[in-house]
Write a protein that binds this ligand. Structure first.
Ligand code: PRX
Length: 684
């Protein structure tokens, strides 16, 4: 089936008739107000939240131009609030304590739990008291490395309740990556879990965390406590594992019943410390501009950036985008498949839904276990009506055809969201037609870790959607496209995607490195926040995000920098130089194609290839493993000043001989040699 990219899909009546924003006219009116009168617009929204103290200073103040001084962004100056209080206590005081906050669906369909708002508040208070007992106070950083279990939500809210700062690291990262992030954040406490099943794969999180703590120790970071959730013994192991076959490898016995490594004094079981903890704990009133969390994202230098978000603005923005982008109404059952370790999970599994008092699904597993209809089974079982996933998941499931979807009753669905990378029109159409039965609104939400919430997105009851376009800016977001000289492009055109002013949810700084924040986002085009993405505006004003225009690539919706991968590869003694580029991939969107120039005396063979892939897994994590490794004996194409021309390597990777101008290369003959030995298909 091919998609008609010119087609426009209007929202279905069932969505329009109840929508918070039910026409383009209403959208334009609200958008205009948000731009002309931000204080009036956001001030009205702020009234639904509990502020212990109202704004006393400027409602919004900022500088986006480095030539005029330091870059800064402030919202709601002087206001005091607590996001955990607004997520939990506020609803419970309104009589919603017994409402389900999360349906937890385990990796195995037999493992299910339900948690009410009151359940979560009780556990949050207990954990908050535990943390206080360990000396955690306002402003301290707490690292969290956990699977998708309710305790993860409890942990982050407990940290926020006492005014500390959470730094969640995705459970797919390696020891080295976790350690690097903990050291940068100077985190004094780690919250983790023994292990987790992801499909049939057993991931020993504690082993990985222990490795990280060892590295922290060598780098003089004293992590006082590691709080460990005992998770494995309470879930169902896959059939294959029960027979002693783990990870498809019959020779490798699982040790899911074994004791984990333990360091007395440092390691404590979550269950033990929670037992006697008191179940009430005051929420600390925070300044709106106090830090709430940091979340590391790839940076073009290879060193991850601790993107810092603050309490007040993030709260208003994650809540408002959740309400309008998914057109949330009480009674909805919402399911976001993202891991809380990424920003999507922060804003649209935890904060956005809880701030709206929503009922959500929290899913531990993977889309294809124990069968390829797992998502749809959950949708049917929980009567999900709002569903949010990534194009890479959609493409992976499309491969199995319509049948695994059609087996389930998905008539509850009304809004389907997409996030993380551009969605190709074919995937969009399949999502719409097969999953949504052509009777849903699709919202292709464009945003970043840095933006805190959706910045360009259709609204389900208002925007006629075009497959592949993120459509129009969200309220308060002032979009512009710039040419190479920094001149604004009006009307139709393509250029750098930038924003002219802050919205409440934008990041405030890079943790511990404000200069890097200024350089990365504001230096190239003074006066604008630069996304690093390119975009096209069509004749109807729709925005089409075309992808990164810097040295980043997006593998299965995970942003990676080429520098990060290259520095992992060159750590191997056999590699003198490495260059990583993106190659289109039918499921992942993009995958890694790496060129390695071997040091004297080394020969490329399957063993070395496996070692190099292992190096990337060890330094970053399994999701960053290169799909293609091409060894070169003639070197890499470089300019005379020694800069690797990745533009040419990208062409080699896709087999495109139109190299353009190669006259600036020090040795143009290299290009032909690389092209001849490029990897055609299959994996290296
Ligand atoms: O390139 C854009 C792409 O993902 C990048 C942000 O990645 P990250 O900070 O990891 O956050 C991902 C989840 C919000 C962006 O710079 N991206 C994200 N959503 C879209 C997208 N590209 C096109 N369309 C989208 N809907």
């Amino acid at each position: 089936m091919s998609a008609d990219s010119k087609a426009v899909y209007s929202p279905p009546n069932k969505v329009v008739s109840i929508s918070h924003c039910s026409s383009m006219e209403q959208y334009r009116r609200m958008y205009e107000k948000s731009i002309q009168d931000p204080e009036g617009f956001w001030g009205e929204i702020a009234k639904s939240f509990h502020f212990e103290q109202e704004t006393t200073g400027k409602f919004c103040d900022y500088n986006f131009d480095p030539s005029k001084g330091r870059i800064f962004i402030k919202w709601l100056e002087g206001a005091k609030t607590n996001i955990c209080y607004n997520c939990l206590d506020r609803h419970i005081e309104a009589g919603k304590g017994d409402q389900i906050a999360f349906y937890w669906e385990g990796n195995d369909p037999a493992d299910r739990r339900q948690l009410t708002y009151a359940d979560i508040l009780r556990d949050v208070c207990k954990m908050a008291n535990v943390l206080k007992g360990y000396g955690v106070a306002k402003g301290h950083r707490v690292a969290i490395y956990m699977p998708m279990i309710p305790e993860l939500v409890v942990a982050m809210l407990a940290v926020a309740r006492i005014g500390a700062v959470h730094s969640i690291v995705f459970g797919g990262y390696s020891s080295e990556s976790l350690a690097e992030r903990m050291i940068d954040a100077q985190a004094s406490i780690l919250i983790t879990s023994d292990a987790v099943w992801r499909g049939t794969k057993l991931v020993h999180l504690k082993d990985i965390a222990d490795g990280a703590l060892e590295i922290c120790k060598q780098k003089d970071l004293d992590v006082k406590k590691s709080i460990v959730v005992k998770h494995l013994c309470r879930v169902t192991a896959p059939q294959s594992a029960a027979n002693g076959v783990a990870n498809g490898n019959p020779s490798k016995k699982t040790h899911f019943d074994d004791k984990v490594g333990w360091k007395e004094g440092r390691d404590v079981w979550w269950e033990d410390v929670m037992k006697d903890a008191k179940s009430d704990c005051h929420a600390v009133w925070m300044d709106a501009e106090d830090p709430l969390f940091m979340l590391y994202t790839s940076g073009s230098t290879g060193k991850p950036k601790g993107v810092l978000h603050t309490v007040g603005g993030y709260m208003l923005y994650s809540a408002t985008t959740f309400k309008y982008s998914f057109d949330y109404h009480p009674g909805d059952i919402y399911f976001c498949t993202a891991d809380i370790g990424w920003i999507t999970g922060h804003s649209y599994v935890t904060y956005g839904p809880l701030l709206n008092g929503a009922t959500s699904v929290l899913f531990e597993g993977v889309p294809t276990y124990p069968h390829t209809g797992r998502f749809w089974e959950i949708v049917e079982m929980c009567k999900v009506n709002k569903f949010y996933t990534a194009p890479t998941a959609i493409r992976a499931l499309m491969k199995f055809g319509d049948e695994p979807v059609k087996k389930y009753n998905l008539s509850s669905l009304s809004v389907l969201g997409s996030v993380g990378e551009p969605i190709n029109p074919e995937a969009w159409m399949w999502y719409y037609r097969v999953v949504g039965n052509s009777d849903v609104s699709i919202v292709d939400t464009f945003w970043q870790t840095e933006t805190g919430g959706h910045v360009i997105t259709p609204l389900p009851g208002a925007t006629p959607a075009k497959p592949g376009s993120a459509c129009y800016p969200f309220f308060g977001v002032d979009v512009a496209l710039l040419d190479e000289e920094g001149k604004e492009i009006s009307g139709e055109g393509e250029g750098y995607l930038v924003f002219r002013r802050p919205w409440p949810g934008i990041m405030r700084t890079v943790y511990g490195n404000h200069e890097r924040f200024e350089t990365t986002y504001f230096k190239k085009f003074p006066g604008y926040y630069c996304t690093g993405d390119g975009a096209r505006r069509d004749a109807d004003g729709y925005i089409w995000v075309t992808g990164r225009i810097d040295d980043m690539l997006n593998v299965s919706g995970h942003l990676l920098s080429t520098a990060q991968v290259e520095s992992a590869l060159v750590e191997h003694e056999a590699v003198a130089e490495a260059a990583a580029v993106a190659r289109p991939h039918h499921v992942k969107g993009e995958c890694l194609y790496c060129f390695v120039y071997l040091a004297e005396g080394f020969e490329f063979n399957p063993k070395l290839a496996a070692e190099l892939k292992g190096k990337v897994r060890e330094k970053i994590g399994p999701f960053a493993t290169p799909d293609y490794l091409q060894a070169t004996s003639v070197g890499l194409p470089k300019t005379r000043s020694g800069k690797i021309m990745r533009r040419i390597l990208r062409k080699v990777a896709v087999g495109d001989k139109e190299f353009g101008d190669i006259s600036t290369l020090a040795d143009p003959s290299i290009v032909d040699v690389l092209f001849q030995s490029r990897i055609l298909d299959g994996k290296a």
